[in-house]
Design a binder for this molecule. Structure first.
Ligand code: NAD
Length: 501
């Protein structure tokens, strides 16, 4: 399988080197108006993958105008036809899943075992929202004594979608599929560190029959293309996934044009393990939820809170598992942890190894770069810290777990909530009453009890505090991409005040 994956990669990279990665505007590939490009390199060995169009305000304007022109026809496109078209896009994503996964492994450093599934999840996202097209406009019936009041929904207009570099293809479909299903047209600005799979989506969508201009992609840097998108007058809303600080910047940039914003931001998610839990399953989940996807995952449980009475034994078992994680080439199906996305991110994660040393913390496993220094590999790391350590407060976004201990349920809750983030929380306990009390008290948008992050697409996805504004998933996504309109019909001749009579 490793050889097969490498063989599949070869021609794909050759094609990218020759053709480069362009923008996609109005159904056509386009160079940046300025003619500028930037490089994307593989985290495996720092080799050049491709030159990428460096879009700016002019490219964003062209894409926003294309999205604006395509909007009326897409808004009025019959829902059942839209449903079929979105399933046809999902079919094509499935047919290209190996290609998408291969490129994504090479461009982002994520391991094949996860990326091969992520590509299929992207198709699932399209299918899920395809089936909801038909009910997207549904509203409520709220009759009063004199009036028949009904609500209905209409798509808000052309929208901007700005995505980060972790699982980039899948994550972009999570934002783009509901926008298209709602009847919005889209300008997508993918992350500059993971551009190569972004153009596959509009290409596959065009092959499936998506009208030109409905989905446009402009590559480039956040402070250039991204900023221009958030400021564009034709763009009615911004669906953004990325860092909390970028979310604040986007809110300020969008203020002049009163942009509606939806933010999925950073996290420092606790996993709380009580002594009465099924500790074998808890151990599996703790390892999976921080070391899968290189720990570059917003919902990763990067803070382990373990009850004191079992802490030594649990941490010993955990250390053994972390030591045995297979770090390696992302296209090798045996690999569990691949290289980090970019040398700047490598520098950031390594700086936390220094923090651990400066703070005199107990490094149980790892704490340094990996022996393979050709790429951005680090040793999976486990550090014991206390609540106010920077390691327990800041989002590291790598295969780096910070372990804390607690004695009582109250202490566990206080520790869990003692961060500025509030995305997800995980509770392991054999006592359902306790699990429910803690779930209720956690300041987090999503809580899993005796489980890892198992997604069910109709459920709300999003965070509290500095982790976000708004929810995705099911009907929640439509609330963001659509305007709710109320229509009130008089039932008869109710009394109207006569002024100036
Ligand atoms: P980032 O905020 O640096 O970049 C995200 C995107 O925003 C990129 O496309 C970037 O070009 C763009 N951008 C940057 N500055 C901009 C500006 N001023 N205006 C407009 N666009 C701008 O984030 P990242 O480093 O790519 O991604 C990692 C972060 O994403 C982590 O904090 C992670 O927790 C978060 N994340 C959150 C979720 C979630 O659902 N809550 C999911 C995945 C990732």
């Amino acid at each position: 399988m490793f050889d097969q994956n490498k063989a599949r990669l070869q021609p794909l990279v050759e094609k990218l080197r020759t053709e480069g990665v362009g923008n996609w505007i109005g159904g056509k590939r386009a160079k940046a108006a300025s003619g500028k490009t930037f490089e994307t390199r593989s985290p495996v060995d720092n080799s050049l993958i491709s030159e990428v169009a460096r879009g700016g305000a002019a490219d964003i304007d062209a894409a926003a105008q294309a999205a604006k022109a395509a909007f009326p026809a897409w808004r009025d496109y019959p829902a059942d036809k839209r449903r079929k078209l979105m399933h046809a896009i999902a079919d094509r994503i499935e047919a290209s899943a190996d290609e998408i996964a291969t490129l994504e492994c090479w461009d982002t450093g994520q391991a094949w075992r996860f990326m091969s599934k992520a590509a299929l999840r992207a198709a699932e996202n399209f299918r899920f929202f395809a089936d909801r097209c038909v009910s997207a406009r549904d509203g409520q019936n709220l009759p009063s004594a004199d009036h028949w009041n009904v609500s209905t929904r209409t798509p808000i207009g052309p929208v901007g979608v700005i995505t980060p570099w972790n699982t980039p293809f899948m994550l972009s479909t999570w934002k783009i599929a509901p926008a298209l299903a709602a009847g919005c047209t889209v300008v997508h600005k993918p992350a500059e560190w993971s551009p190569v799979t972004a153009n596959l989506l509009p290409q596959l969508a065009k092959e499936a029959g998506l009208p030109d201009g409905v989905l446009n992609t402009v590559h480039g840097f956040g402070e250039e293309a991204g900023k221009a998108l958030t400021e564009h007058e034709a763009i009615k809303a911004i669906g953004f996934v990325g860092e909390s600080a970028t979310g604040s910047a986007i809110m300020a940039q969008g203020a002049a044009t009163l942009k509606r914003v939806h933010f999925e931001l950073g996290g420092k998610n606790p996993v709380i393990v009580f002594a009465d839990a099924d500790l074998e399953r808890a151990l599996d989940a703790v390892v999976f939820m921080i070391y899968s996807l290189n720990g570059e995952r917003c919902t990763s449980s990067s803070r382990l809170l373990v009850q004191k009475s079992i802490a030594d034994e649990f941490l010993e078992k955990l250390s053994a598992r972390v030591k045995h994680l297979k770090v390696g080439h992302p296209l090798d199906p045996a690999t569990e942890v691949g290289p980090l996305i970019h040398e700047r991110h490598l520098g950031k994660v390594c700086s936390y190894f220094d923090v651990a040393k400066q703070e005199g913390l107990q490094i149980l496993v790892g704490g340094a770069r990996h022996e393979n220094q050709a790429g951005h590999f680090v040793q999976p790391t486990l550090v014991r810290a206390d609540a106010n350590s920077r390691l327990a407060q800041e989002e590291i976004f790598g295969p780096f777990l910070t372990a804390l201990t607690f004695e009582t349920e109250e202490e566990a809750i206080a520790l869990a909530n003692n961060v500025r983030y509030g995305l997800a929380g995980y509770i392991w306990s054999g006592e359902m009453g306790r699990a429910l009390r803690v779930a209720d008290a956690l300041e987090a948008g999503m809580v899993w009890v005796n489980s890892e992050n198992v997604r069910h697409l109709p459920t709300p996805f999003g965070g509290m505090k500095s982790s976000g504004i708004g929810r995705d998933g099911g009907d929640y996504s439509f609330d963001f991409y659509m305007e709710t309109k109320m229509v009130s019909l008089a039932r008869g001749a109710h009394k109207i005040q006569k002024l100036g009579a």
